[in-house]
Design a protein around this ligand. Structure first.
Ligand code: F6P
Length: 539
C-alpha cells in the first residue's frame, strides 16, 4: 500500500496553525520565558545520551499541540509503519525505503516482498567485517605482498558524502589506514589524490549503486589506468573492490565477483552509509566502531517508532521546522555543530535533506501550493561565528538553527572545551535575548552608532546536547535527521525518496560532451551556445 495523499494546507490543524501564527508571530521569546518559569524544562527532553532543548523557539504549548494535531490529520503514524515495514513508499521508483533494516538487530525480521531481508543484510555485514579486519591487520595484502596503508573511496553523492563525513567525524577512533575520497569528475581532484599514493599499498573501493555514474566511472577508469602502469591486469583483483547493485557492470569493469559487496534497490543512495557503501568507514575505524554506529542508529529508529509525539526528537524537530518554513516563511536552516569533527556534517545533510525534500509535485501529481524543502547550510562553531553569524544575529532573514554540542571532548583538553562550550551556550542565549536599547544605552554607546548596536533577538534555535561524540552517538544523530526528513516529506505530501531533479543536467551534459568533438553545434539557447563555442576555441 502506498502513502496516503493529504494536502496539509486543507487540514483543520493547518487552519488553526495559521490563526495561531497570527497571534504569536510578533511575540518575543524572552516574554514567553518570563511568563513561564518552567518553559525550559517543559520544552526539553532527555533520551539516552541526548538532551534536546527546544524552548528557544517561537512556539508555545499550543503550537506543539496544534502541530501534533497536524501530524495526526496527515496520518503520520500510518506512514511510519509503512516506512519501517518495507512498503514501496518510494512510489515513483517503485521501491521500498529500508535503510532502517540495515541497522536492525540480527534476530529481527523485516520483510520486503514476502522475504525477510535481515539474513542477507547480515551476510554482507559479515563480509564487510572479514574484509575490513583482513585489510586492517595486514593479512590481506597488495600485489607486491605489502600491507595496505591507504584506501581510496571512489564515489559521488550518497556514495561519497556519507562515508566521507563519517570517516572525518570518527577520525579519533581511526587506525593506521588513511582513507581518501575521490568524487568530482574534475580530473584535478583525482590527480591531487593520486599524487600522494603508492599503487602497491593502496586499496580502491568503488562505490556506485548503479555503476553508471559518469563521475565515478571516469575516476575509477583513470585510477585503474594509473594502477596498471605499475601492476598487471590480474592484480586488479587484489586491490579493487566495488559496492553496487549492478553486479554485471562491476564485473565488466574487471572486478572479480568475490570483491563485490552488494547493496539493494531499497537502499537510497543518500541513506546508504549503513550498507556496504559504508565499507570505507569500517576500514577507517574498524568494524566494531562501524557496527556501534549502526547500533546507535537503530536505537534512534526505535525511539522514532515508539516515542509519543511530545517526546519524539525527530518528529518534534521536523514539525518545528515546518512551523518556520510554512508559517514564518523561513527559507533556510543552519546546522551548527560545536565540534570540528562534524566539519562535513552540513554538506552531508545538504544532499540528504535537499535531494529528498526539494520537490514541488505532491503525491497526487499536482503542483504544491506551499513551500517544501528547506535550504540547508552550516559550519562548525566557533569558526562559523567569525564567518556568517553576523547575518543570523542582525540580518533581515529568519534562520532557525540547530546547535549541536558535546559535553565531553575526545582529547580531554578542558580549557579548550570550556571555551568552546561557553560559546555554544552564549550564541543561543544571544540569539534569544538580543540586546535592547536600554542595554546599549547603559554601555554608553555614541548616538551615531546606537542603532547598529541593537540586536533584536527572537532568533530561534534548538540545542542538541550530547554526552560525547562516539560512533554510537553519531549513528543516533544521523538517524535523527533521516527521520526528520521522512516526517517533513510526509507532511508536505511529497515523495522524498526519488531524485528526478538531478537528471536533466546529466542528460544535457552528455549531449554537450559529444559536441566537443563534433564540428556542427547542437541547438542551444544563445548564452549556452556562446559559452560552448568559446570553450571549444580555447580548450
Ligand atoms: O545525484 C544523484 C545520485 O543518484 C544520488 O542520489 C546518488 O547518491 C549519486 O547520484 C550517486 O549514485 P551512484 O551511487 O549510483 O553512483
Amino acid at each position: 500500500m502506498s502513502l496516503k495523499s493529504i494536502d496539509p494546507t486543507q487540514t483543520l490543524a493547518w487552519k488553526k496553525l495559521q490563526a495561531h501564527f497570527e497571534s504569536i508571530k510578533d511575540v518575543h521569546m524572552s516574554s514567553l520565558f518570563s511568563k513561564n518559569f518552567k518553559r525550559a524544562s517543559e520544552m526539553s527532553l532527555e533520551w539516552n545520551d541526548f538532551f534536546l532543548d527546544y524552548s528557544k523557539n517561537r512556539i508555545t504549548a499550543e503550537t506543539i499541540s496544534l502541530l501534533k494535531g497536524l501530524a495526526e490529520e496527515i496520518q503520520l503514524s500510518d506512514a511510519i509503519s509503512k516506512y519501517f515495514d518495507g512498503e514501496k513508499i518510494n512510489k515513483t521508483e517503485g521501491r521500498a525505503v529500508l535503510h532502517t533494516a540495515l541497522r536492525a538487530p540480527k534476530e529481527s525480521e523485516v520483510f520486503f516482498e514476502g522475504t525477510n531481508v535481515i539474513p542477507e543484510i547480515y551476510e554482507v555485514k559479515n563480509k564487510i567485517q572479514q574484509f575490513s579486519e583482513a585489510v586492517i591487520s595486514g593479512q590481506r595484502k597488495g600485489f607486491t605482498n605489502k600491507a595496505f596503508t591507504d584506501v581510496v573511496n571512489i564515489g559521488i553523492g550518497g556514495s561519497d558524502l556519507g562515508p566521507a563525513m563519517v570517516v572525518d567525524a570518527l577520525c579519533y577512533y581511526g587506525n593506521h589506514l588513511k582513507v581518501h575520497f575521490v568524487s568530482n569528475v574534475d580530473g584535478d581532484h583525482v590527480n591531487e589524490v593520486l599524487k600522494e599514493l603508492d599503487p602497491e599499498t593502496t586499496l580502491f573501493v568503488i562505490v556506485s549503486k548503479t555503476f553508471t555514474t559518469q563521475e565515478t566511472l571516469s575516476n575509477a577508469t583513470t585510477i585503474k589506468q594509473w594502477f596498471l602502469q605499475k601492476a598487471a591486469q590480474a592484480d586488479i583483483a587484489k586491490q579493487f573492490v566495488a559496492v553496487s547493485t549492478n553486479i554485471e557492470k562491476v564485473e565488466s569493469f574487471g572486478i572479480s565477483p568475490q570483491n563485490i559487496f552488494p547493496i539493494w534497490d531499497w537502499v537510497g543512495g543518500r541513506f546508504s552509509l549503513w550498507s556496504a557503501a559504508g565499507l570505507s568507514i569500517s576500514l577507517a575505524v574498524g568494524f566494531d566502531h562501524y557496527d556501534d554506529m549502526l547500533k546507535g542508529a537503530h536505537k534512534m529508529d526505535v525511539h522514532f517508532k515508539e516515542a509519543l509525539f511530545e517526546q519524539n526528537i525527530p518528529t518534534l524537530l521536523a514539525m518545528i521546522s515546518i512551523w518556520y518554513n510554512n508559517f514564518f516563511k523561513a527559507e533556510s536552516e543552519a546546522i551548527i555543530p560545536y565540534t570540528q569533527y562534524l566539519n562535513q556534517f552540513a554538506t552531508y545533510l545538504q544532499q540528504a535533506i535537499m535531494e529528498s525534500n526539494g520537490k514541488s509535485v505532491d503525491r497526487n501529481g499536482e503542483k504544491v501550493k506551499y513551500q517544501t524543502g528547506n535550504l540547508i547550510w552550516g559550519e562548525p562553531g566557533t569558526n562559523s561565528q567569525h564567518a556568517f553569524f553576523q547575518l543570523i544575529h542582525q540580518g533581515t532573514k529568519l534562520i532557525p538553527a540547530d546547535f549541536i554540542g558535546f559535553s565531553k571532548s575526545l582529547h580531554g583538553n578542558q580549557d579548550h572545551q570550556d571555551k568552546l562550550m561557553s560559546n555554544f551556550f552564549a550564541q543561543t542565549e544571544a540569539l534569544l535575548a538580543g540586546k535592547n536599547d536600554a542595554v546599549v544605552a547603559e554601555e554608553g554607546t555614541a548616538s551615531e552608532i546606537f542603532p547598529y548596536k541593537i540586536f533584536e533577538g527572537n532568533r530561534p534555535t534548538n540545542t542538541l546536547f550530547i554526552e560525547q561524540l562516539t560512533p554510537e552517538s553519531l549513528g543516533k544523530l544521523i538517524a535523527m535527521y533521516e527521520h526528520k526528513i521522512f516526517v517533513q516529506g510526509i507532511v508536505w505530501n511529497i515523495f522524498s525518496y526519488d531524485q528526478f531533479g538531478v537528471e536533466l543536467g546529466k542528460q544535457l551534459a552528455g549531449k554537450i560532451l559529444k559536441e566537443f568533438s563534433k564540428q556542427s553545434p547542437e541547438v542551444h539557447d544563445a548564452s549556452t551556445a556562446n559559452l560552448i563555442a568559446r570553450y571549444k576555441n580555447i580548450r
